[in-house]
Design a protein around this ligand. Structure first.
Ligand code: GUN
Ligand code: ZN
Length: 430
């Protein structure tokens, strides 16, 4: 049956709720307790307090919370194997753990198994859309897109570009990168719910010639994205300054090649100055804030508010395997702590918006994902407010909606997830 109705508390956003003291009537917050969400042909068809007629397949989840599926704007498919690796900062972590793990993806069988496992893991954490790094290998992109297409998921990804400062089995060349990228764009970009992202790993692993290629590809293929890492770690910053002595800043290395625009998703952005932030704002680029990774690798505390004040969009990302969980709830809890260390309090509404509608708007995909708007795809996650005695005690003591949802964001994780729907199909849970 293509007509489905789910009864639950519906929570989503119609606009950015901002940073002001959260209340249960914050602007942009759309709260519809005990409603039926109607899904027809994979899209959201409406919401109403009364039960629809029996022509709808009805799921009664009274007392649970239904939200749009989360959007993870920066995560690495081949890094589930290196999550929770001990003892190093970024550059050493890449060399010691990450590059060796990614070398295994030269094997298409590893790519296929890794992609399926990765996407199923996202769904098990309530994430229905993502901006993803595969590896340098063309087969890893084919496998990831094929697995996303099978599941009907919205996915943005592309072949990792790296033509220096990496082990031999993990490098390409300008020519092979151009050939592989062009073939992959033709095969996958715009197919189903898939979009191509030119994927510069980070400035140290690309020559100027390869960065120029990425700029040409981005300009030549409208609708494609650009993803990379920027200004994550201080040793990385010093290395970039050595490799690109003429650039004003790390961000400028990318800007000079036309890589910073409205379709650019830049992970981290911890170590920026005011000029960098102004450039991002003018370009309409997006920072994927990765608080869990920044804490785990000891990278630093990104200044979310300063980025936004300069006009840049900020979304939230797990950055697994630098990050320690695929759970966007845990990511939000870490974001709260990172901002607290900067002296700023992150409302649950702001965090949830950044992981849903905010990310969708920044990606130009808000007519498709990120909210419970009529016409959007029914990419949904159904949650229990509390699991276990501690969270249950906290939930019962909550005296406002924000208190309740903030406790979910702080204490919750994938154990709270009841089911995940992609385009109205239940792909996890029941
Ligand atoms: N910078 C370059 N590559 C990576 C990566 O795989 N993870 C993180 N966190 N930073 C990077
Ligand atoms: Zn990353």
């Amino acid at each position: 049956m293509s007509r489905l109705a789910i009864r639950a508390d519906l929570l989503d956003f119609t606009a950015d709720p901002g940073w002001s003291a959260p209340s249960d009537v914050s602007p942009g917050l759309r709260w519809r307790p005990d409603h039926w969400l109607l899904v027809d042909g994979g899209r959201i068809a409406g919401a109403q307090p009364e039960a629809p007629d029996t022509s709808w397949l009805r799921h009664d989840h009274r007392g649970r919370l239904l939200m749009p599926g989360f959007i993870d704007t920066h995560v690495h498919m081949p890094q589930l194997e290196v999550i929770a690796s001990y003892g190093t900062e970024l550059l050493h972590w890449l060399e010691t753990y990450t590059f060796p793990a990614e070398l295994r993806y030269a094997d298409p069988a590893v790519c296929a198994a890794g992609s399926s496992r990765f996407l199923d893991a996202l769904l098990m954490h309530g994430t229905t859309a993502a901006v993803v790094f595969p590896t340098v290998h063309k087969a890893s992109v084919d496998a990831l897109f094929a697995a996303a297409d099978e599941r009907g998921m919205r996915l943005v990804a592309g072949k990792c570009l790296m033509d220096r400062n990496a082990p031999p089995g993990l490098t390409d060349t300008v020519d092979s990168a151009e050939r592989d990228s062009t073939a992959l764009i033709e095969r996958w970009h715009g197919r189903g719910r898939l979009a191509y992202a030119h994927t510069v790993r980070f400035a140290p692993t690309s020559t100027d010639a390869q960065l120029a290629l990425a700029g040409r590809l981005l300009a030549a293929h409208p609708g494609t994205y650009l993803q990379t890492h920027v200004a994550e770690n201080r040793d990385e910053l010093a290395w970039v300054a050595e490799l690109f002595p003429d650039a004003r800043s790390y961000l400028d290395v990318y800007a000079r090649h036309g890589l910073i625009g409205a379709r650019s998703v830049l992970a981290h952005g911890v170590w920026f100055d005011a000029d960098d932030r102004a450039l991002l704002g003018r370009a309409g680029a997006q920072i994927a804030h990765c608080p869990s990774s920044n804490l785990f690798l000891g990278s630093g505390l990104a200044d979310w508010r300063a980025l936004e004040d300069a006009g840049a969009a900020v979304s939230l990302a797990s950055d697994v395997g630098g990050g320690t969980s695929l759970s966007m709830l845990r990511t939000m809890a870490d974001a709260y702590k990172v901002q607290a260390l900067r002296g700023v309090r992150l409302p649950a509404w702001k965090a949830l918006h950044a992981a849903t509608r905010g990310a969708a708007v920044a990606l130009g995909l808000d007519r498709e994902i990120g909210s419970l708007d009529v016409g959007c795809m029914a990419d949904l996650a159904l949650w229990q407010y509390a699991v276990g005695p501690v969270a249950t005690a906290r939930d019962e003591a909550a005296s406002s909606l924000h208190e309740r949802v903030f406790a979910l964001m702080t204490l919750g994780d994938e154990r709270n997830l009841v089911s995940t729907f992609v385009a109205g199909r239940c792909l996890y849970g029941a």
